[in-house]
Design a protein around this ligand. Sequence first.
Ligand code: HXC
Length: 257
Amino acid sequence: MSETLIEVADNAGIVRLTVSRPKALNALNSAVISELAGVLDDLEQRDDLRAVLITGAGEKSFVAGADIAEMRDKTPEQARAFAGQALKTIKRLETLPVPVVALVNGFCLGGGCELALACDWAVASDNAIFGQPEVLLGVIPGFGGTQRLPRRVGPAMAIDLVTTGRKIDAQEALRIGLVNRVMPQAELEAYAEELTKQLGGNGPEAVRGAKQAVHDGLDQDLDSALALETSLFALCFAGEEQREGMSAFVEKRKPNF
Ligand code: HXC
């Protein structure tokens, strides 16, 4: 039997995915990407999904990038196919209708940083190291880094990171807005568990709408994006969550979503 490259653990709709290639610091090769795509086939079918957390096996690395050894001898056509396969899969993770949290320990480089950028949340331990070191290998980011990084941290800092290839520590990643929180390593697990529980406990339709408004709106001009917000806001009133949430407030009780 082939080894499991994406471990899946499920706790009442909160699903934890662990990229598990610790000997290569969890580098993403085509087998990992294919397995992730297979896991997403299942997750996309589930209507009880509340939140997804993605992390890397071990404490040394989230994901140290795409697999350099596998990429080394690729032709341009093969490189395009590999990037295309990964981009499509990462986009599917990004557009899951639930919050997706990257739990980052250690190295979060290249394709690993690009994977984290596709997540709604990134929480990092204080030993985390981020970077887009592709230029040091004679290439550019290919899993979305040149596009998602400037959208997350602004173009100046993105240009800095993708043209120098320099690594930054967790505090700098927090300062530039690449991650949402930094924790001492010993506290990270408990924090992530609490966060996913909290996110998973909010009304799923409202969370889905809020996420969709932010993501889809960013790709549109302001007026179109505001119109999208209005449509998604109005749509909330077609479901049960809005009535339950507002009734709970008025009745001074906790909502039951
Ligand atoms: C393949 C990798 C790897 C990678 C680490 N390993 N990163 N294998 N691809 N991205 C392997 C090493 O070869 C080594 O295998 C083992 O993991 C442990 O790594 P070491 O280098 O011995 O560890 P250390 O000295 O602690 O250094 C850690 C490190 C370094 C700083 C993270 O491994 C490193 O610089 N890795 C590459 C990071 C990188 O450039 N990432 C971007 C890749 S390009 P052995 O068998 O020797 O024990 C990319 C492009 C995305 O992501 C777009 C593509 C379309």
